[in-house]
Design a protein around this ligand. Structure first.
Ligand code: AFP
Length: 337
C-alpha cells in the first residue's frame, strides 16, 4: 500500500560530503579511462600513504622515531628517522599500484624502475619529497609530503619532463590537521582528513589565491647574499607593512601563501647559488598548484614549469605567490643589480 504523500516528511540533509576517493573516481570517469590503472588509482595510493605517515608522525615521540639516524642522503642532508619511514611508506604504496613505472624520491639517489610495470601497460612516473621540512620534526613544527605525476611513454620512462607536462601534482600538510591539496589540471582542490572515519573530505570551493597578499615568506638570515632585486623588493614590502612569516617548511609556507596571498621565496644565495629547493619534486608541483589557483611560479628568469630538467635532484631559485606580488618582484629583478 502506497504511503499517502501527506505523511512523508522530507528530511533536510547536509549536502553530501565528497571524499577524495569519490572525487578522483568522478574525475577519472570524466576522462572515460579505466580507473584501476589510472591517475586516480595512483593518487589514492599517495592519500593512503599520507594517512599512514600522519599516524606515524603523531606517535613518533612515543615510538622513539624522532631524531637523525646518522645517514646522509644524496642532498648531503642528515636523514631523519621519519624521512626514511615516510619514504618507505610511499614507495611501498606506489610500487604496488598498477600503472606506476618509475619512482623518484628526494631520499633516493637514482630513479627507481618498478619491475614488470610495463607488462601491464603501466605509464606513470611519480616524483616526491616524502617529508618536506623534516628539520621541524623534533620541534613539533609542520611538515609535508609533495608529489608530482607524469604520463611517460614506453621506452622513454626515465626521461625527466618539464613541469608543464605534469598530469597531477600536490602536497599533504601535516599540521594541526592533515590537509591534502591537489590539481589534475582543472583547478585546485583541498581535502581535510577526518581521522574518525579515515577519509579526506573535500572542502566546498576550489582554491583561488588572492591577487595580492600582506606577507612574504623567506629565510631573511640569508638576505645579505640575495641579488639586489630581491633585497629591494623585500625592503619595499616592509615599507608597505607586509608581515614576515617563515615556517622553514615549504609546504607550510606555500599553503599559507595559497590561502592568504603574498609570496614565498628561496632566492639564489652565496651558499646556494642555484637556490636550495629541488625542481622535480618541490618547485614543479608547487608551481603547478599555484598557477592552477591563479598564482605564479618563477625562477626569476622564467616560469618554473618551463625549465627543461637536467637531473633528478637539480635545484632552482623559487618565487611562488600572488600574481601582483610576483610581478612586483620580477620588475625589481629586471632592474638588475
Ligand atoms: P628540510 O626538509 O631539510 O627541513 O628542508 C626543508 C626545505 O627543503 C624547504 O621545505 C624549506 O622551504 C627550506 O628547505 C628551508 O631551508 P632553510 O632552512 O635554508 O631556510
Amino acid at each position: 500500500m502506497a504511503v499517502p504523500a501527506s505523511v512523508v516528511v522530507p528530511i533536510r540533509t547536509n549536502p553530501p560530503t565528497q571524499t577524495l576517493q569519490t572525487y578522483l573516481l568522478a574525475a577519472e570517469r570524466a576522462t572515460g579511462r579505466d580507473a584501476t590503472r589510472s591517475l586516480s588509482w595512483i593518487v589514492s595510493a599517495i592519500s593512503s600513504a599520507a594517512k599512514t605517515i600522519a599516524a606515524r608522525l603523531r606517535t613518533a615521540g612515543i615510538e622513539g622515531n624522532l631524531g637523525a639516524i646518522g645517514q646522509v642522503n644524496v642532498q648531503g642532508e642528515t636523514q631523519q628517522a621519519l624521512d626514511v619511514i615516510a619514504n618507505e611508506v610511499l614507495i611501498h604504496e606506489l610500487q604496488s599500484r598498477e600503472g606506476v613505472v618509475v619512482l623518484g624520491s628526494e631520499e633516493n639517489d637514482e630513479l627507481l624502475v618498478v619491475d614488470g610495470a610495463h607488462a601491464s601497460g603501466g605509464r606513470y612516473s611519480v616524483l616526491f619529497d616524502p617529508l618536506d621540512g623534516s628539520s621541524n620534526l623534533d620541534v613539533g613544527g609542520s611538515v609535508g609530503t609533495i608529489f608530482s605525476l607524469y604520463e611517460v611513454s614506453a621506452g622513454d620512462e626515465l626521461a625527466l619532463l618539464p613541469g608543464r607536462r605534469q598530469v597531477a601534482a600536490g602536497y599533504v600538510l601535516y599540521g594541526p590537521s592533515t590537509i591534502f591539496v591537489m590539481t589534475l589540471g582543472r583547478g585546485v582542490d583541498m581535502f581535510i582528513l577526518d581521522p574518525a572515519v579515515g577519509n579526506f573530505i573535500k572542502t566546498p570551493d576550489p582554491l583561488r589565491i588572492p591577487a595580492q597578499g600582506r606577507s612574504y615568506s623567506v629565510n631573511e638570515a640569508n638576505v645579505d647574499s640575495f641579488p639586489a632585486g630581491y633585497q629591494r623588493f623585500l625592503a619595499a614590502c616592509r615599507r608597505q607593512g607586509y608581515a614576515s612569516r617563515y615556517a622553514g617548511a615549504m609546504v607550510a609556507d606555500v599553503h599559507r601563501v595559497l590561502l592568504q596571498g603574498g609570496v614565498f621565496l628561496y632566492p639564489p644565495t652565496a651558499k646556494t647559488p642555484q637556490g636550495k629547493l629541488r625542481l622535480m619534486y618541490e618547485a614543479n608541483p608547487m608551481a603547478w598548484v599555484l598557477e592552477q589557483a591563479g598564482g605564479a611560479g618563477s625562477t626569476g628568469h622564467g616560469a618554473i614549469l618551463d625549465v627543461q630538467p637536467e637531473s633528478l635532484h637539480q635545484r632552482v631559485p623559487v618565487i611562488l605567490g600572488s600574481p601582483c606580488d610576483v610581478a612586483a618582484l620580477l620588475a625589481e629583478l629586471a632592474r638588475g643589480e
